[in-house]
Design a protein around this ligand. Structure first.
Ligand code: RIB
Length: 321
């Protein structure tokens, strides 16, 4: 069984479904409200666990009812919570989410307890991390903790997947040396590289700039435009699986959790990316973040209904250096 660790956030998601996004200063009536477990870290952990990985989570939860709900939720998902600790006197992380009729979202997060996950917490979890093949990180926790985890993993030989979300201009590229897989979206790639990311060739050029910074593989998620995988000698575009999107919240997390699971299980990178793109496509057909993530059995049923040749990746020639 694949063993993974997630060092990251837990949020309670408060989601309003609207016919369209409100204008600045406008009050708009929502058609529906839902509350559920979220946070990029926990979402990625849950996606991998539902597919069958053994997942350990390193996280800080709030000293409140939301925090207690987060813990119960992770336990229900059979995630190892030995390193999920309460931040005393601190509220849980919260995400206020608007979703429009096209399934697109806008998210405001309040870090809460997630802001209290410190390098000391990583030191306490070293044995658990060392036992894992892959460690997943995002940016909803302090950057010093992200850098400390990358440093530890590099020294211990665990692979690191970094999802640089939400985008942070102050992220220090030099300290990302040793990241095996960087998984940004288009906006995050533009911010990190300082380059345009509009066309396919822009994305390849921006990814190659990050490879020069010492990152082994850049996998950019492009929503309806699919996924671009760039390594030193490989450029592969994987088209999206066409589905009717109801709610795209957490689709990137579904992708990353699934990619980590399939790669840790031994699938080659390109195949793990293709499977992850299919898993993320299924997630956008349902509402919510974790609520929309399929079990392995449901995912297998979805895949068997896909057209056989529907989603082959196109290998592009790496640009001359
Ligand atoms: O990526 C989606 C997640 O972003 C939501 O679950 C929300 O909690 C925010 O962290």
């Amino acid at each position: 069984m694949a063993r993974l660790a997630v060092v990251g956030s837990n949020n309670i998601d408060l989601v309003a479904y609207l016919p369209r996004m409100p204008e600045r200063g406008e009050t708009l009536e929502a058609t529906r409200f839902e509350m559920g477990p979220g946070g990029k870290g926990a979402n990625q952990a849950v996606a991998a666990a539902r597919l069958g990985s053994q997942v350990v989570m390193v996280s800080k939860i709030g000293d409140d009812i939301f925090g207690r709900n987060m813990l119960a939720n992770l336990q229900e998902e059979k995630i190892d919570v030995r390193h999920v600790r309460v931040a005393p006197g601190t509220p849980n992380g919260i995400a206020s989410i608007l979703v429009d009729a096209a399934g697109e979202n806008m998210i405001a997060i309040v870090k809460g307890a997630n802001g209290h996950l410190m390098p000391d917490d990583i030191r306490l979890a070293e044995d658990a991390l060392k036992a894992c093949r892959i460690v997943l990180l995002q940016l909803e926790i302090p950057l010093e903790t992200v850098y400390a985890t990358i440093g530890f993993c590099t020294r211990s030989g665990c692979k690191v997947i970094l999802n640089p979300a939400p985008a942070k201009a102050e992220l220090n590229l030099r300290l990302l040396r040793g990241v095996d897989f960087l998984v940004p979206n288009r906006t995050e790639l533009a911010m990190l590289s300082g380059m345009p990311t509009t066309a396919g060739e822009d994305i390849v050029a921006a990814s190659r700039k990050l490879l020069q910074a010492g990152i082994a593989t850049v996998i950019t998620t492009l929503g309806a435009d699919g996924v671009m995988l760039v390594e030193k000698e490989v450029v592969l575009h994987i088209p999206a699986v066409p589905v009717k999107a109801v709610d795209t919240t957490g689709a990137g997390d579904a992708f990353i959790g699934a990619f980590a699971h399939f790669h840790a299980e031994g699938k080659p990178v390109a195949e793990a990316v293709q499977l992850a793109a299919q898993y993320a496509a299924l997630s956008v057909t349902r509402r919510g973040a974790q609520k929309s993530f399929a079990t392995l059995a449901t995912f297998d049923a979805f895949r068997s209904a896909l057209p056989a040749k529907g989603q082959k990746g196109e290998r592009l020639r790496p640009p001359k250096r």
